[in-house]
Design a protein around this ligand. Structure first.
Ligand SMILES: C=CC1=C(C)c2cc3[nH]c(cc4nc(cc5[nH]c(cc1n2)c(C)c5CCC(=O)O)C(CCC(=O)O)=C4C)c(C)c3C=C
Ligand SMILES: [Fe+2]
Ligand SMILES: [Fe+2]
Length: 369
């Protein structure tokens, strides 16, 4: 039977909350041309000369608040997820490894671990449900770069978007349904990590059918464009809302975490929170489906900054739905998404006559043709 390696990938996080390690992380991350898409010299001047020196001390303080006993949340949840997933595949010829796009455990080490196990193929599962060049695209490019000099390159499949997969939707919807019961909010805000608007321009250059940049009109009522990140986010909100029975008037989609002065995809989360207050929303529940593990952007940006903003604006209660992390429902969802790929790929040995001890060549199954 063929042996499959599953490479679970997340963004990455610093090795420690020390400013030195945060600088290393931010530099590697932001020097990626898929993240800061400027010409190399301009990017280096901006990242190494401005963003990292000014941002790292503040971000390091934030990581210190967030740090768990076992380390950074993104890495802790990643390790637990992979361990439970490996157990879920018990009895199947499957090896699961965790790699981070930036810092550790590195993609190089994870790929070498799979290679050492002589896997025949690799399924790459980025922990990004909505496709973006800055995340999923970057992971794919880096995986291919690492394997480029292998003599035997196994077959590789990238699971590059699953924002509309019913199992991912259900895993999130179950959490939201629970919090709707518990907190009785009068509105739900789906807040996704943003990307610069300019990234959608590249999308249209490559495939005009994908998106209508500069005025990306992807939204709840437009046709769904799979690789327009903005569209995929609207679609995710719609599917989760439908699953939990939320009507269009009771939820909103917005984008957070913008960096720099260029326009990012809109509406922005902070402005949306103010607008919701003006509309009289008193009890808000925030859900962040682009983050499948809690991290700096959820625990601090949503859980503290947006919480404070909503209360300062006169709101009464603010709650955040915790992410999927290493929950059983999420492990189960990933297991089923991947197992489907395994089942579709596997050609039973019996088909080649191996069950009868021959080589398969010229054996009876040829009748099928
Ligand atoms: C969920 C998908 C993500 C997309 C899309 C994304 C795009 C993107 N991010 C930056 C800049 C930063 N992001 C930072 C943190 C961060 N980003 C994601 C996910 C996506 N980013 C996660 C999960 C995290 C948290 C990591 C953690 O350890 O907790 C940061 C670092 C923190 C900070 O300085 O605020 C930066 C910087 C850009 C520029 C971008 C699209 C081009
Ligand atoms: Fe980010
Ligand atoms: Fe779009």
């Amino acid at each position: 039977m063929k042996k499959t390696g599953i490479l679970v990938v997340n963004l990455g996080t610093p090795d420690s909350p020390a400013t030195r390690d945060v600088k290393k992380y931010l530099t590697e991350f932001l020097m990626d041309p898929r993240v800061i898409d400027l010409p190399a010299v301009q990017r280096a001047l901006l990242v190494k000369g401005v963003i990292v020196p000014f941002r790292a001390p503040k971000v390091a303080r934030e990581y210190r608040k967030l740090w768990m006993d076992e380390g950074a949340p993104l890495r802790v949840y990643g390790r637990r997820l992979v361990k439970t997933l490996q157990a879920r595949f018990a009895g199947q010829p499957v090896v699961v490894a965790l790699g981070m796009r930036y810092q550790n455990p590195s993609l190089a080490a994870a790929l070498q671990a799979l290679r050492a196990q002589n896997v025949d193929r690799i399924l790459v599962f980025p922990l990004f449900p909505q496709y973006a060049s800055a995340t999923t695209g970057s992971v794919a490019e880096e995986v291919m770069r690492h394997m480029a000099d292998w003599h035997v390159i196994p077959s590789v499949e990238f699971i590059n978007a699953y924002h509309d997969d019913p199992r991912y939707i259900r895993a999130f919807a179950d959490k939201v349904a629970h919090d709707l019961q518990r907190y009785q909010p009068d509105h739900v805000l789906f807040s996704y990590h943003g990307i610069p608007e300019r990234h959608l321009q590249r999308l249209q250059e490559e495939n005009a059918a994908q998106c209508a940049w500069p005025a990306c009109d992807c939204g709840p009522h437009s046709a769904h464009r799979r690789y327009c990140y903005r569209s995929a986010c609207f679609r995710t909100s719609e599917l989760i809302a439908r699953q939990v029975g939320l009507s269009v008037a009771h939820y909103t989609t917005a984008f957070q975490s913008r960096l720099g002065k260029d326009p990012w995809i809109q509406p922005y989360t902070d402005q949306t929170i103010r607008a919701l207050r003006r509309r009289g929303v008193n009890h808000l529940l925030v859900v962040a489906p682009s983050f499948v593990a809690d991290c700096l952007e959820t625990v601090l940006e949503i859980g503290e900054e947006y919480n404070d903003l909503f209360l300062e604006e006169g709101g009464t209660t603010f709650h955040y739905t915790e992410s999927l992390n290493d929950s059983e429902a999420w492990v189960d969802a990933i297991y089923h998404m991947l197992n489907e790929k395994l089942e579709n790929h596997e050609i039973p040995d019996a088909f080649f006559g191996a069950a009868h001890g021959d080589t398969g060549v010229g054996a009876t199954p040829l009748r099928r043709f």
